[in-house]
Design a protein around this ligand. Structure first.
Ligand code: AMP
Ligand code: ZN
Length: 437
C-alpha cells in the first residue's frame, strides 16, 4: 500500500521543486539558528541566498562524523534544549559517540517516515510486528516502535536478546513481521530450530532488516530458512535513524524518502558529485529536521542511485544495497576488497553457513598482508567424511581467488562456533583479538 501517495508518487519535476523549496528554507534556517553551520557556510563563502537551483547544493559545505565529534554533544544544534524532547546516540566504537537530539516535530516526522517505510516493506495495520531491534540509545528500537504504532500494526516490543522467549512469543502471539538486524534473524532461526520450531510453519511472513551490511546471498538464505520476504532498510543516527530508505516488495533498491532527505552521490576522493547510476559515497541533507539538521552529511556508505519510477508506483529514487563503507575497505596484499564482497562469495558456495569471521593483521592501518576467513559449515558436511571438508575448503579458496583475486587462508569451523551478536555483527577482527578455539 502507498501510504503517502501525494509525496511518494510525485513526478520528478514536482519533487525537484519541493526539494529546492525545502533546501532553500533549510539553508536559511541553519545559517540563522546554528552557529556551527553559519561558520561553515561563511568559510565556504556561501550565503543562503546563493541557493537558487538544486545544483547549487554543491556550494554548501559537507558535514562529517568528525564535525559531530568535535562539537560534541550539541554543537550542531539549531534549537535550544527546551525544545528537545528526546536524545539518541550511536554506539561510536571509537572516540565520542554521535548525539542526536529531536524536537517533537522531529519525532513526528520520524514516526511518519517509519510508518511509510514499513508500509513500503509490505506491513499493514493487520500485522503483529515483533520489534527485536535494541531499545535505548540506539535509534533502531524506538524508531521502529513509533513507526509501527503510527501505521497501526500491533507492536511487541521485545528488543534484542532473550531469544528463547522471543520464539515463544512469536508463536503464541502470531507474529507476522519481525524487525531486527539480519544477523539477529539468523540467531532467532537457530534458536527456534533448537526448540523444535520451524519458523516457516509460523505466521511470520516479512522481515525488515537493516542497520548493518548484508548481501543478497544472505537475504536468500534467510528467506528460505524462515519462509519470509526479507526487506532491506537503511538509516543512520546522524540523519534521523531508520527510515531514510527502504525496499518495496519488488526488492530492487531502497526508496529514499526524498521529501525529507536529499541524496547525492560523490566521488569520495575528490568530493565531486556523480551522475545517477554511478557508484560512490552517499551524501545526505535533511530537508525537514528541526533540532539537528544536517547539510551534506558524508555517510561513507557506498551505493548508487536509480531515479527510474518503480513497478510499485513510487517515484522516489532507489539506492542500491550498500556494498561497503569507504572506511571498511580492506587492502589485502594490494587488492581492495569489502567484507560484503567476501560474504557474497562465501554464501554462494553450498554447505557454508552465514556465519563467518574475516581475520586480518592490521599492523599497517587497513592494509593487511594476511587474510584468514573462518567459516561455519553445515551440520551434515561437518559430520561427513573428512574429504568433503577438504573439498569445500579448496572450493572456497579457489572462488576467493577467481572472483576477488585475493588469496585467503580458509578455516572451516564447527556449526555454532562463531560468536553471535544481538545487534550489529562484527565480521572483521584483528588477529590479536581472535578467540581461541
Ligand atoms: P547507526 O548510526 O548506528 O544507525 O549506523 C548507521 C550505519 O549503519 C550506516 O551508515 C551504515 O553504514 C549502516 N547501515 C544501516 N543500514 C544498513 C543497511 N541496510 N545495509 C548496510 N549498512 C547499513
Ligand atoms: Zn518500489
Amino acid at each position: 500500500m502507498i501510504r503517502d501517495a501525494r509525496y511518494e508518487q510525485m513526478s520528478r519535476g514536482d519533487l525537484d521543486k519541493l526539494q529546492l523549496e525545502r533546501l532553500k528554507a533549510m539553508a536559511a534556517y541553519v545559517y540563522d539558528k546554528s552557529p556551527f553551520y553559519q561558520r561553515a557556510m561563511k568559510e565556504k563563502g556561501v550565503a543562503p541566498g546563493d541557493i537558487q537551483t538544486l545544483a547549487d547544493i554543491t556550494k554548501l559545505p559537507f558535514t562529517s562524523k568528525l564535525d559531530f565529534r568535535d562539537n560534541y554533544p550539541f554543537g550542531l544544534m539549531a534549537v535550544s534544549m527546551d525544545k528537545v524532547v528526546r536524545v539518541h546516540s550511536s554506539s561510536g566504537t571509537t572516540g565520542k559517540p554521535v548525539v542526536a537530539p529531536y524536537t517533537q516535530g522531529d519525532i513526528d516526522t520520524w514516526s511518519d517516515v517509519m510508518a511509510r517505510t514499513l508500509a513500503t516493506a509490505g506491513v499493514t495495520e493487520n500485522d503483529v510486528l515483533q520489534n527485536s531491534y535494541g531499545y535505548g540509545l540506539f535509534t533502531g528500537g524506538l524508531g521502529f516502535h513509533y513507526g509501527a504504532e503510527r501505521l497501526g500494526a500491533s507492536v511487541i516490543p521485545t528488543g534484542g536478546g532473550n531469544t528463547k522467549r522471543q520464539i515463544l512469543l512469536l508463536q503464541d502471539l502470531g507474529t507476522s513481521v519481525i524487525t531486527c538486524t539480519p544477523s539477529y534473524s539468523l540467531i532467532l532461526n537457530e534458536t527456534a530450530l533448537d526448540m523444535g520450531v520451524d519458523l516457516r510453519e509460523t505466521k511470520l511472513r516479512v522481515g525488515v532488516f537493516g542497520a548493518e551490511p548484508w548481501s543478497d546471498q544472505m537475504r536468500k538464505d534467510i528467506e528460505s530458512k524462515m519462509g519470509i520476504s526479507a526487506i532491506n532498510i537503511y538509516g543512520l543516527t546522524e540523519i534521523i535513524g531508520p527510515g531514510v530508505s527502504t525496499e518495496c516488495p519488488y526488492q530492487c533498491g531502497m526508496h529514499i524518502a526524498e521529501d525529507h532527505f536529499l541524496a547525492e552521490i560523490i566521488n569520495p576522493d575528490t568530493g565531486k558529485q556523480l551522475p545517477y547510476g554511478e557508484i560512490g559515497e552517499l551524501v545526505l541533507t535533511t530537508l525537514t529536521k528541526e533540532a539537528q539538521p544536517v547539510l551534506r552529511f558524508r555517510t561513507k556508505d557506498i551505493t548508487s542511485l536509480n531515479p527510474e519510477p518503480c513497478k510499485c508506483g513510487r517515484t522516489h529514487v532507489r539506492m542500491s544495497r550498500i556494498t561497503g563503507r569507504t572506511d571498511d575497505m580492506l587492502v589485502v596484499k594490494g587488492v581492495n576488497v569489502f567484507p560484503s564482497q567476501i560474504e557474497s562469495v562465501l554464501l554462494d558456495v553450498e554447505g557454508v553457513e552465514p556465519h563467518y569471521l574475516i581475520v586480518v593483521d592490521r599492523q599497517q592501518g587497513f592494509k593487511s598482508d594476511y587474510l584468514e576467513i573462518w567459516v561455519e559449515v553445515s551440520e551434515d558436511i561437518f559430520s561427513d567424511e573428512m574429504s568433503k571438508m577438504e573439498d569445500l575448503e579448496d572450493r572456497l579458496r579457489s572462488e576467493m581467488d577467481s572472483v576477488l583475486a585475493i588469496s585467503a587462508k580458509i578455516k572451516l569451523v564447527e556449526p555454532k562456533t562463531i560468536t553471535r551478536t544481538e545487534g550489529k555483527a562484527k565480521r572483521v577482527v584483528d588477529k590479536s583479538e581472535l578467540p581461541i578455539l
